[in-house]
Design a protein around this ligand. Sequence first.
Ligand code: ZN
Ligand code: MN
Length: 142
Amino acid sequence: MLRTERILQKLRETGHRITPQRIAILRILAESRGHPSVEDIYEKVKVNFPTTSLATVYKTISVIKELGEVLELEFSKEQNRYDGKNPSPHPHLICVKCREIIDPKLSSLEPLTQELTANTGYRILSHRLDFYGLCPKCQQNP
Ligand code: ZN
Ligand code: MN
């Protein structure tokens, strides 16, 4: 099932209101590879729905977050970013200059998780793994 459809279905099942603006927000979240911020999403929604408020975008994201259908990447000094394509915890690659965030193709984290469990006795529930660096574009334009 398409990501947007899946999130829509969950919203319906939990009795949330579906509006054209909400669908537009879902679609941007579910289709974007770039880990947009609330502001980024707001700017995009406004193209087709000029009356959308920033509060609507915040509210919609918080509802989808409660449903576990978006991964929030929290940053203390800048805007949070969102991954609606893949809501399960996964590693990210972050450019410290242009703030591009991508999903690196990594072989499984499974061995690492098993090692942690074996060494500490923890039952691992989630993780946050960010790699910081300069993207190829920013390396060429210092
Ligand atoms: Zn960059
Ligand atoms: Mn991601």
